[in-house]
Structure formats: structure tokens, C-alpha cells
Design a protein around this ligand. Structure first.
Ligand code: ATP
Length: 356
């Protein structure tokens, strides 16, 4: 049975530096939850605290309200999948999966039934008796996933499970993990530094930096309303224009910037007049040559990259500012490098963020 996972003020230090520094969070039962952040931000350490491989220096960890701190890892009923598979290479697929069932003292027939069911779920039934070292990376990761799932864990912990695989395989396995999650509804905590993986799969994401959570929310909330410039640039691409709040009232603000006044109607922080802000503007929200639009700027087109589905433009505004614009479904008659254009951004697509 799936459980909720509650973290209260968890801290874990190595050599006096906090890898995880006072994090609190409740992951709901059945959630597909992501820990996303750059290398070294503490996400694997936090996952290992949840698994029981590390004892936190402070804080509480609870599964469905039950204190886990003194429960050894093998009694927490968690299943774990690692980046490097961590399988026994000379054993067969079935033997690798069977191990956890043997520890639980299940009868042979029951063990076989469970192995068959889990191999069916990951579409690997025909490989049942093959030694693991004869399988491809993607196949081995499916077996590692089966081994974690077969014990029917209360929490499934995935530590960068797809990072060793090529792009096409990663995409396939993302879809499969999502399907398996929606079938089993096991509370799943998934660590990655790949924002596309997190956005495309997660129910909710915690963005980590330097051992703390910067923002927790759904992929949509995080992409559309990032908490600060770090989140805005880490999750998706964005442009920044710096400025000061000139006027602010009724959910609208005028911001004085190096390229003139920019208007916003997408405010999620308490700003005061005079405050310095960084306006995040996603490249896909910049439009070309739209008359009568607010936030018009004159730009010179720099490099253009045609990518089939999209086309990317480098834009120079005055001498000091460069912006990136992306248009979808580009036609044949497009803008050329060196051309002067008018660009515009709707007030909804300008997101002012506080600068610390
Ligand atoms: P990555 O994506 O590179 O795995 P991460 O976000 O998972 O990074 P952690 O592995 O949790 O980060 O590491 C967080 C910090 O703690 C890093 O500065 C790391 O060097 C340090 N650290 C992690 N494990 C240990 C350890 N066993 N001993 C000493 N320092 C450690």
C-alpha cells in the first residue's frame, strides 16, 4: 500500500557543509514527485535519507505519520532504482528480481507468479532466463525497475534512472514509468537534473539549490510562475530584462528598464515602487511586427537557427541587450539576419521576479 512521505526540518551535513539544509515537505500518497536541481544541490542525499541509507542530523521523516528515523532501510518497504542499474551481472533476469522476494520468505510458486507479472508490466517476459550482462542498458534498467516494483513497495525511489540511456530510449522509458505509475499508484520520488524529464512526468516538482527547496509546485506553476530568476532559467529557457518598479496597482505594473517602460500583468510577489526586479520573458512569447501591441521594442535580427518545428532568433535591442525569440511552425517567407523588426511581448508574458 502506498504511503505519504513527510519531511520536517531535515538536515544532513558532510564535513560541516549541509547537503540538505532544513527541508520540510509532504509528498502525498500516490504522487509522482520530482526532486530537480543542478549537480550537488543535495537531491541524492535527500533520497538516501528517505531510503534510510543516511541518518539525518536533525528533523523528522514519517511514512503515513509513522516515524521512520529508527527503522532500518530494509524494513521501510521502499524500492530503489539507481542510475547504474546495480544488478548482479551473471545472474539471470528472474534471479535478480527474485532476491527481494526470497528475503520476504515467499513460496517458490508465489515468487514465480510475481516475477511473471512484473516482467509482463515492463514488457520483458521473453528475457526471463537471460543473464543480465547480455541485456542492453535500457533492458537492464527495466529489470532494475522490476526488481524494485516486485516487492510492492510503499515508496518507489528513483535516482537519475535514465541518465545512462540515449535520448530515444529515455523518452520510451519516461512514458513507461509514467504508465506504470498510473497503474500502480505507488508514491514515487524521482531525482533528476533533467528539467524536461521532470516537467513531462511530474505531478509536482521540488526545485532544489544548495540543499534547500527554492520552489515546490506543479510543472505548470513552476514554468509559468517561477519563484525567482534561478528557477526561471533552470526550468525552460528565458530572457531577463532588469529594471525598477515605477508604478504598481491592481495587479499591473510599469517597470523602468534600460530599453524603456515595460508593462506587466503577471505579478506574483509583493513589490514596492523603486524595487529592483528581473523580468522573465520566455522566448516563445515574443512576437514579431504586431501593430498596436503593448511592450513594443525595435530590434535588429542576429543569428537565426532553423530547427524544422521551430525557428530561433537572436535579437539585439539597443546596444546592450540581447533577447532570444522562438517561433513555432515557421513558414518559408521568414525574417533575415540584419533586418530591423518590431517585437512585442504581452503584459501577461512579462513575469517580474525579485532580485535577492
Ligand atoms: P548529482 O546530481 O551530481 O548527483 P546531487 O544533487 O544528487 O548531485 P548530492 O549527491 O546529494 O547532490 O550531494 C550534495 C552535496 O553533498 C555535494 O556537495 C556533495 O559533494 C556532498 N556529498 C554527498 N555525499 C557525500 C559523502 N558521502 N561525503 C561527503 N560529501 C558528500
Amino acid at each position: 500500500m502506498s504511503v505519504s512521505v513527510q519531511l520536517n526540518h531535515i538536515r544532513k551535513a558532510f564535513d560541516k557543509t549541509y547537503a540538505v539544509n532544513d527541508v520540510s515537505l509532504t509528498i502525498e500518497s500516490g504522487e509522482l514527485f520530482f526532486l530537480l536541481g543542478p549537480s550537488g544541490c543535495g537531491k541524492s542525499t535527500l533520497l538516501r535519507v528517505i531510503a534510510g541509507f543516511y541518518r539525518p542530523d536533525a528533523g523528522q521523516l514519517m511514512f503515513d505519520g509513522a516515524d521512520m528515523i529508527n527503522v532500518p532501510p530494509h524494513q521501510r518497504n521502499t524500492g530503489m532504482v539507481f542510475q547504474n542499474y546495480a544488478l548482479w551481472p551473471h545472474m539471470t533476469v528472474a534471479e535478480n528480481i527474485e532476491y527481494g522476494l526470497q528475503l520476504r520468505k515467499l513460496e517458490k510458486q508465489q515468487r514465480n507468479e510475481k516475477i511473471d507479472a512484473v516482467l509482463d508490466m515492463v514488457q520483458m517476459s521473453e528475457y526471463r532466463d537471460r543473464p543480465v550482462n547480455t541485456l542492453s542498458g535500457g533492458q537492464q534498467q527495466r529489470i532494475a525497475l522490476s526488481r524494485a516494483l516486485v516487492i510492492e513497495p510503499s515508496v518507489l525511489l528513483l535516482d537519475e534512472p535514465l541518465s545512462n540511456l540515449d535520448a530515444a530510449l529515455r523518452q520510451n522509458l519516461r512514458d513507461e514509468i509514467k504508465q506504470i505509475h498510473s497503474k500502480t499508484k505507488i508514491t514515487t520520488i524521482y531525482v533528476t537534473h533533467d528539467q524536461v524529464e521532470a516537467i513531462s512526468m511530474a505531478d509536482r516538482i521540488a526545485i532544489m539549490k544548495d540543499g534547500v527547496f527554492i520552489q515546490v509546485g506543479t510543472p505548470r506553476e513552476i514554468y509559468q510562475n517561477p519563484a525567482d530568476p534561478f528557477v526561471a532559467s533552470f526550468v525552460g529557457e528565458t530572457n531577463f530584462i532588469f529594471g525598477n518598479i515605477k508604478e504598481i496597482a491592481d495587479g499591473k505594473a510599469a517597470i523602468e528598464t534600460e530599453v524603456g517602460i515595460i508593462h506587466t500583468e503577471n505579478i506574483h510577489h509583493d513589490f514596492t515602487p523603486g524595487q529592483e526586479v528581473s523580468c522573465s520573458i520566455r522566448p516563445e512569447t515574443i512576437h514579431f511586427n504586431e501593430n498596436n501591441a503593448l511592450n513594443q521594442l525595435s530590434a535588429t535580427v542576429g543569428a537565426i537557427t532553423y530547427l524544422g518545428r521551430t525557428e530561433e532568433y537572436e535579437l539585439k535591442i539597443a546596444d546592450t541587450l540581447k533577447l532570444k525569440a522562438i517561433i513555432h511552425n515557421p513558414g518559408t517567407d521568414t525574417i533575415k539576419p540584419g533586418e530591423s523588426v518590431n517585437i512585442s511581448m504581452s503584459p501577461e508574458s512579462v513575469v517580474p521576479l525579485p532580485i535577492k
